[in-house]
Design a protein around this ligand. Structure first.
Ligand code: FAD
Length: 295
């Protein structure tokens, strides 16, 4: 790994060593990560990936870390954070963003331009491209409604694909395996700024009323067909169950929250207990919406 950090140092790439995984995700669990790099341009991330791939060094790309749990074990690899890839450009009703732009920033900047279609993103703590990766949605609309194209690093090349080429499904962005998203272009519709802001306030209020304030990774399980996972979980009576620092939220039982020092193992063990009970009582096997990263 010294070879990797020496290479980054010589090129002026920003990186840190021995970063606690808890600082990289919204839930806040996870062991130490050997190297976390924060490229500042597409070319830089492409060069890093080429270097790591040639050297057989394991790596993962993370955005806001709001849909993932890192393992409790230390990770002897590189995490590439997209936080500094924050370009934002406007052309008529088309908005093109870099991989590091956050969803709330996206929705607020669109609102300020009186562009409608990104209101759903208010209050989702991830990045816009993380939302493309898993086809995020909320309150009846989502990223696939406005996505025009994605810019990808794939097989060492930077390519642009139209949204129509992605087999997007429920919580599935349909990206080619191993592709790294560098950015995306969205087409919004012209609207009225006050109306857009009003919808965003309504969504924020609904979130505040129904979702926990503690640290979480968002919904644990995906909807089962048309049935919200929370409705099935309610029937288990497990709401409020605690395992170490992890608790099945009393406010919204499809959230597992950190009540202090929760580990990924505690989260997973509690989630599996919920899944088992839902299956026993309702016959439905819930699928995970959160992703357990295997480094
Ligand atoms: C409080 C809370 C509320 C939430 N509400 C919602 C909601 O209403 N609707 C919803 O759909 N989701 C919701 N989420 C889940 C999550 O915020 C979204 O799915 C978000 O879009 C994930 O983006 P991220 O940048 O955090 O992705 P991350 O968690 O960082 O990554 C998710 C996956 O995408 C991959 N990835 C990230 N960036 C790239 C890239 N540049 N190239 C290739 N792969 C990449 C990662 O490797 C990982 O596999 C919520 C989460 C929280 C904590």
């Amino acid at each position: 790994m010294e070879r990797v950090t020496e290479w980054m140092r010589r090129r002026g790439i920003r990186y840190k060593e021995g970063v606690s995984g808890g600082r990289l995700t919204t839930f806040g669990s996870g062991g130490a990560v050997r190297v976390v790099a924060e490229p500042k341009a597409d070319k830089e991330i492409a060069d890093i990936i080429a270097f790591l791939t040639t050297g057989g060094v394991p790596y993962r790309v993370l955005g806001g870390g709001s849909n993932v749990l890192l393992p409790d074990e230390d990770y002897d690899g590189v995490i590439l954070r997209t936080a500094r890839l924050e370009t934002f450009s406007v052309r008529g009703t088309d908005i093109t963003v870099g991989a590091g732009v956050r969803l709330p920033v996206f929705s607020r900047r669109c609102a300020a331009l009186a562009l409608s279609g990104a209101e759903f993103a208010e209050g989702i703590p991830g990045t816009v491209v993380g939302a493309v990766y898993m086809n995020a949605s909320a309150f009846g609309s989502g990223i696939s409604d406005v996505l025009r194209s994605v810019r990808l690093l794939y097989g060492g090349e930077i390519v642009t694909l139209p949204a129509s080429a992605l087999p997007m499904g429920y919580h599935r962005g349909g990206l080619p395996k191993g592709a790294v998203l560098l950015g995306a272009t969205f087409r919004l519709t012209t609207g009225d700024e006050d109306g857009i802001l009003e919808r965003m306030r309504t969504f924020a209020a609904r979130r505040a009323a129904t979702q926990p304030r503690e640290r979480s990774a968002g919904s644990v399980f995906a909807r089962a067909g048309e049935t919200p996972a929370a409705l099935l979980i309610e029937r288990t009576g497990l709401k409020g169950t605690r395992l170490g620092g992890a608790e099945l939220s009393r406010k919204h039982c499809n959230f597992i929250v950190d009540m202090g020092g929760a580990t990924t193992t505690e989260y997973y063990t509690l989630a599996e207990r919920v899944r088992h009970e839902v299956r026993r009582i309702t016959g439905v096997t819930l699928a995970y919406e959160v992703e357990f990263i295997k480094c």
